[in-house]
Design a protein around this ligand. Structure first.
Ligand code: 4LM
Length: 402
C-alpha cells in the first residue's frame, strides 16, 4: 500500500519523522527550513484583510503562527491523535494560555492534589486572584473527582504519572465520569512524563493534552517550550485568546525546529529511558539504604496494573526516599559524580533533584504534607547513558552517603 493512500496510517515512529512536512514544497530540503521572521508580506491590501478576517489561508505575523511552527503543530496533533495542536514558549505558557482562554471569574477547577510546583502556583496564587476557585482532590479516586464537581466546574486537571510522586490516574474512567456529569467540562491531562510515545490521553477520552516540550519532546535539554493538543475549535480559541491576546507565550521558529528534530528519535528515546529506569528502579528497591521507590513499572507499585493498561512502557522518571530521610537524601545527592544535580527532566543526561527545596518549593511545608510530597523525596530523570554507568554512580553515592 502506498504511504500516500489515506487508508494507510503510518506507524508512530514514521509519523514522528515525516508528518506535516512535504519536502517538494521547500526545494527538496530534507529538513524543513526555519522561517526566522516576525512578519509576512501580503501581495495586496485585500489579501492582508482576508487573512485577518480568517477568509484566506496564509501567515500574518509570528505571534499568530509561523510555517516552522505549523509543521511542529501538525506533527504533535498527529502523534497525540488530536485534531489540532498549538506550540508555545514554555510548558507554563501552554497551561496558562489554556486556563486563561477557558476560564472566567466564578468558574471552578477540580485538580489533582499533586501538581508540578509552578502549575500549583498558577492555580493557587494566580487564578484565584481573578475569582476562580480550585478543589484539590486525589484523582486516583474517581469517586472523589465526581464528588468535587459542581455546576461551576469547567475543567478537571491532572498529570499522569504525577510529578514527582508518580501516582497514576485512570484517564478513561475519570473522563467517562466527568463527561457523564457534564459533557462541557474539559478534562485536561499533562502528558509531559509520558509523551504520546507511551500514552495518548485523547484516545482515552480526555479533551485536551498539555506538555512541557522542554522535556522529552525536545529531548536534549537545549530549549524551553510547550504544547496543547485537542479539538480544532478549542485550539483556535487558545491560539487567538490565550496566546495572541492574553499571554503572548509564542514559540520561536528555531525552538520549533529543534523540537521537530527531537521528535525524530522520540520513540527510541522513550524506549531506552523506560528500559533503563525499570532496571534502576528494580535495583534501587533492593538496596538496604532505600526506604521506598516510586515507579509504576515495579510489580509492587499500587499503580502497576493501571500503568500497564494505559501506558506502553513505564517511563524514565523515578522517585525514592532514603532511610534517614532528608539528611541522607542531601548526602546522596552531594556525592553524585556523573549524574547532574539539576531540575528539568527528559534529557539525555541523568538528572537528580530534591522536589521539596526545588521544583515543588512553591508549596509551603504544610501544603507539601497535605499534597503528598515528602521532604526526603529524591527525583531521578534517567538519561540515555549506559545503564551500568548510571547504576555505578547511584551505588557509589549511596555508599558515600552512609
Ligand atoms: C521539573 N517541570 O519538574 P516549562 N508540566 C510538568 C512539568 O514537569 C513542568 C511543566 C509543566 C520542571 C521544570 C523545572 C509536568 C516542568 C512546566 O518548564 O514551562 O516548559 O514546563 O523539573
Amino acid at each position: 500500500m502506498k504511504q500516500s493512500d489515506k487508508a494507510h496510517k503510518a506507524g508512530f515512529a514514521t509519523r514522528a519523522i515525516h508528518s506535516g512536512y512535504d519536502a517538494s514544497t521547500e526545494k527538496g530540503s530534507l529538513t524543513p527550513p526555519i522561517y526566522m521572521t516576525s512578519t509576512f508580506a501580503f501581495d495586496s491590501v485585500e489579501q492582508g484583510a482576508e487573512r485577518f478576517a480568517g477568509e484566506a489561508e496564509g501567515p500574518i505575523y509570528s505571534r499568530l503562527g509561523n510555517p516552522t511552527q505549523d509543521i511542529l503543530e501538525t506533527r504533535l496533533a498527529d502523534l497525540e491523535e488530536g485534531e489540532a495542536a498549538l506550540a508555545t514558549a514554555s510548558g507554563m505558557g501552554a497551561i496558562s494560555a489554556t486556563f486563561w482562554t477557558l476560564l472566567s471569574a466564578g468558574d471552578h477547577i477540580v485538580a489533582d492534589k499533586t501538581l508540578y510546583g509552578c502549575t500549583f502556583a498558577l492555580l493557587e496564587h494566580g487564578l484565584t486572584k481573578f475569582g476562580v476557585t480550585v478543589s484539590y482532590v486525589d484523582c486516583c479516586d474517581v469517586k472523589a473527582v465526581e464528588a468535587a464537581l459542581t455546576a461551576q466546574t469547567r475543567l478537571v486537571y491532572f498529570e499522569s504519572p504525577v510529578n514527582p510522586t508518580l501516582r497514576v490516574m485512570d484517564i478513561a474512567a475519570i473522563s467517562e465520569r466527568v463527561h457523564a456529569y457534564n459533557a462541557d467540562i474539559k478534562v485536561i491531562v499533562d502528558n509531559t512524563y509520558c509523551t504520546p510515545a507511551l500514552q495518548r490521553p485523547l484516545t482515552l477520552g480526555a479533551d485536551l493534552v498539555v506538555h512541557s516540550a522542554t522535556k522529552y519532546l525536545g529531548g536534549h535539554g537545549d530549549l524551553i517550550a510547550g504544547a496543547v493538543i485537542g479539538d480544532a475549535e478549542t485550539l483556535q480559541r487558545i491560539r487567538l485568546e490565550g496566546i495572541k491576546d492574553m499571554t503572548g507565550a509564542v514559540i520561536s521558529p528555531m525552538t520549533a525546529f529543534l523540537i521537530q528534530r527531537g521528535l525524530k528519535t522520540l520513540e527510541i528515546r522513550m524506549q531506552r529511558h523506560s528500559e533503563s529506569a525499570l532496571k534502576i528502579a528494580q535495583w534501587l528497591a533492593e538496596q538496604p539504604e532505600i526506604e521506598h521507590v516510586y515507579y509504576p513499572g515495579l510489580e509492587e507499585s499500587p499503580f502497576y496494573e493501571l500503568a500497564k493498561k494505559q501506558m506502553a512502557l513505564s517511563g524514565g522518571m523515578i522517585a525514592f526516599e532514603l532511610k534517614g530521610g532528608l539528611e541522607m537524601g542531601k548526602r546522596f545527592m552531594s556525592n553524585l559524580e556523573m549524574i547532574k544535580r539539576a531540575v528539568s527532566l527528559g534529557d539525555a543526561e541523568t538528572l537528580c533533584q530534591h522536589p521539596a527545596s526545588m521544583t515543588h518549593s512553591t508549596y509551603t511545608p504544610e501544603e507539601r504534607i497535605a499534597h503528598g510530597i515528602s521532604e526526603g523525596l529524591v527525583r531521578l530523570s534517567i538519561g540515555l547513558e549506559s545503564v551500568s554507568d548510571i547504576q555505578d554512580d547511584v551505588r557509589q553515592a549511596l555508599t558515600a552517603a552512609r
